[in-house]
Design a protein around this ligand. Structure first.
Ligand code: SF4
Length: 227
């Protein structure tokens, strides 16, 4: 596959630093150079995340977790875009562009970043999501336009569904167990991950992974089409 003169998109999505990098890199490369994106199949994820975000709009931070600095959730669902990312001291063509879930304004002038999840996956730990949250923090601290802000805390707010509730047609729902997982700031790791990511994007089309069921399906399908 030939590389076009320019990538179809030069804005890196924070979520690609977690899910994208955990598989083979071929689909990512195609996404950024050709804007051809594998369709996802997560029918309820958007609805659940929106309901969870809405619930915490205006919330006092210490009521979410006592470890959080005094302040209130003042922003939600806003897009952030960074300055061009630096790789080995040189400005690249790539930027971060993403929409965060919740941001607090803290009494001391700093801000807090919260990523909402409805999930029962063991993978929901701070380390896995650290590069994604750091990408939002990087954009808030190095914005393409406007005032830079200082991110004092980052964390995952996880709702794990545990039981059904309600007793009438209009009143059924799910009860959840809530936990807040602080994610330590680790900008050095983020810069390493984003550097590797950009190196992949600037390189040639990567090979496909040997165990990905999608590629196995596509290869078998293409063999049938050509038989
Ligand atoms: S193995 Fe194929 S479908 Fe799977 S991520 Fe890689 S290129 Fe995409």
């Amino acid at each position: 596959m030939k590389k076009p003169i320019k990538p179809a998109r030069e804005n890196i999505s924070p979520s690609d630093l977690t899910f994208g990098l955990s598989t083979c890199k071929r689909c990512l490369w195609i996404k950024y150079w050709y804007k051809v994106i594998m369709p996802g199949q997560f029918p309820l994820v958007g609805t659940m995340a929106s309901l969870q975000e809405e619930h915490f709009q205006g919330a006092d931070m210490p009521t979410i977790d006592p470890s959080l600095r005094p302040g209130k959730v003042t922003k939600w669902g806003e897009w952030v875009k960074s300055k061009p990312l630096m790789v080995n001291g040189v400005e690249s063509r790539w930027r971060i562009l993403g929409k965060y879930d919740l941001v607090s304004t803290n009494d001391d002038g700093t801000i807090g970043l919260i990523d909402c999840k409805v999930s029962d996956s063991e993978r929901d730990n701070g380390q896995f999501y650290s590069p994604q949250l750091e990408a939002y923090a990087y954009s808030l601290e190095n914005p393409a336009a406007g005032r830079a802000q200082s991110v004092a805390s980052m964390g995952l707010l996880v709702w794990k569904p545990t039981h059904a509730v309600g007793d009438s047609l209009e009143n059924y729902g799910f009860g959840v167990f809530q936990k807040y997982l602080p994610v330590e700031r680790d900008q050095a790791n983020f810069l390493r991950v984003i550097g590797e990511f950009i190196e992949v994007l600037e390189g040639d089309l990567p090979d496909s992974g040997p165990t990905c069921t999608t590629c196995i399906y596509l290869n078998e399908r293409s063999a049938l089409d050509n038989a």
